[in-house]
Design a protein around this ligand. Structure first.
Ligand code: SAH
Ligand code: SF4
Length: 385
């Protein structure tokens, strides 16, 4: 536990107050217009919240007293509550965050030189039940609100006193690779990602915000119309029979449809150089054989992608095993020989995992998810130049 806990509100907000933390620019403007105020107030308040970390309207010195009082009566700025924090010797910092209703999620910041990647959760649990995923084993509890999603960025910056001027950026990259399937919480995730990229808020470039999905095709098609974030897709198998077992949503949206949707997403971007990151968790004896690698190479031929191989992180409720280093290398080699850019995630220092296990005890397998977060950050390192 640390002093940062004092930065988060401990009382649930009043139901009738709007939490301004989660409002992107357009919604904030609508809020002010409805209040009978000028639209430009939205930018001022966004800056107070996301540039300066201010949660008290009284501190917003460029708003008149009457407006400050009006805001205090109808709105609030309320980040989620940090219940604990742990620091690794390798610089990784991890928070367990309690959201309204008692659910817990995790957020992890992985600094690496001038880069620092924040892994953000989008849901409490997940309904998609991928066979190798500890979050899936918990089942689904609820969607996070936009305030709870962007609140993870806010809390991370606050915990490093990063809102003070003159400091470098605490968070340079965001990956939506924490708990949950982001495309099943579409509106809130899009609103939060808009705030990540909004100049009046965090101003992170679209290439440095990555959404990872297991393949909710209709939502991905919608995303192409409203967002330009980087895309990662959790493939994990080179054919439908195997993917149906590992990623059950494949039965609804099979590989061909998913890849077509990914391609449409890339084509919709103005930026011609973009590629999809294909995530492939290698599970010993399940999807890590040479024939799988060859099949994957053939499947992705001509598809604009990079491939990230993630050796499976075991957890108690799972019978799967991590493949040997040799098995991973052989798989990697087949793909490299076929001309792909392929990265393999390696294990990094583990020293906060034990502490993580104590953070939110009843939730399964904190330890392994922590490794997953580091994997995600490493994937991101390779994605953004
Ligand atoms: N729901 C989204 C984002 C969260 S999962 C998705 O599925 O893409 C983030 C990444 O971690 C995904 O690629 C997921 O497949 C991977 N992952 C989940 N459990 C894992 C495990 N036990 N070992 C290795 N990777 C895992
Ligand atoms: Fe959900 Fe992603 Fe885990 Fe699948 S891998 S259960 S979609 S969080």
């Amino acid at each position: 536990m640390s002093a940062v806990i004092a930065t988060s509100a401990s009382n649930p907000g009043q139901a009738d107050r709007v939490n301004l933390l989660g409002l992107p620019l357009a919604a904030m403007e609508a809020f002010f217009l409805e209040l009978g105020e000028k639209k430009f107030r939205a930018q001022q308040v966004l800056k107070w919240i996301h540039h300066h970390g201010v949660t008290d309207f009284e501190q917003m010195s460029n708003l008149g007293k009457a407006l400050r009082e009006k805001l205090a009566a109808s709105a609030e700025i309320r980040p989620p509550e940090i219940v604990s924090q742990s620091d690794s010797t390798d610089g990784t910092r991890k928070w367990a965050i309690r959201v309204d209703g008692g659910g817990l999620v995790e957020t992890v910041l992985i600094p690496d030189g001038s880069r620092a990647t924040l892994c953000v959760s989008s849901q409490v649990g997940c309904s998609l039940d991928c066979s190798f995923c500890s979050t899936g084993k918990q089942g689904f509890q609820r969607d996070l609100s936009a305030a709870e999603i962007i609140g993870q960025v806010w809390l991370a910056i606050k915990s490093y006193n990063g809102f003070q001027s003159g400091k470098g950026r605490v968070v340079t990259n965001v990956v939506m690779m924490g708990m949950g399937e982001p495309l099943l919480n579409f509106d809130n995730v899009v609103a939060a990602m808009d705030l990540m990229m909004e100049d009046n808020a965090y101003g992170i470039s679209k290439r440095r915000v990555t959404l990872s999905t297991s393949g909710v095709v209709p939502a991905l098609d919608e995303l192409a119309k409203v967002s330009e974030v980087s895309l990662a897709v959790s493939l994990h198998a080179p054919n439908d029979a195997l993917r149906n077992e590992l990623v059950p949503i494949n039965r609804k949206y099979p590989i061909a449809r998913l890849l077509e949707s990914c391609r449409n997403y890339i084509d919709a971007q103005k930026d011609t150089k973009r590629v999809v990151t294909v995530e492939y968790t290698l599970i010993a004896g399940v999807n890590d054989q040479l024939e799988h690698a060859r099949e994957l190479a053939a499947l992705l031929k001509g598809f604009p992608c990079k491939i990230n191989l993630i050796p499976f992180n075991p957890f108690p409720q799972s019978d799967y095993c991590r493949p040997s280093g040799n098995a991973v290398s052989r798989f990697w080699q087949v793909l490299v020989d076929a001309g792909y850019i392929v990265t393999v995630r390696t294990t990094r220092g583990d020293d906060i995992d034990a502490a993580c296990g104590q953070l939110v005890g009843q939730v399964v397998d904190r330890t392994r998810r922590s490794q997953r977060y580091r994997d995600a950050a490493q994937q991101d390192e390779n994605r953004v130049g």
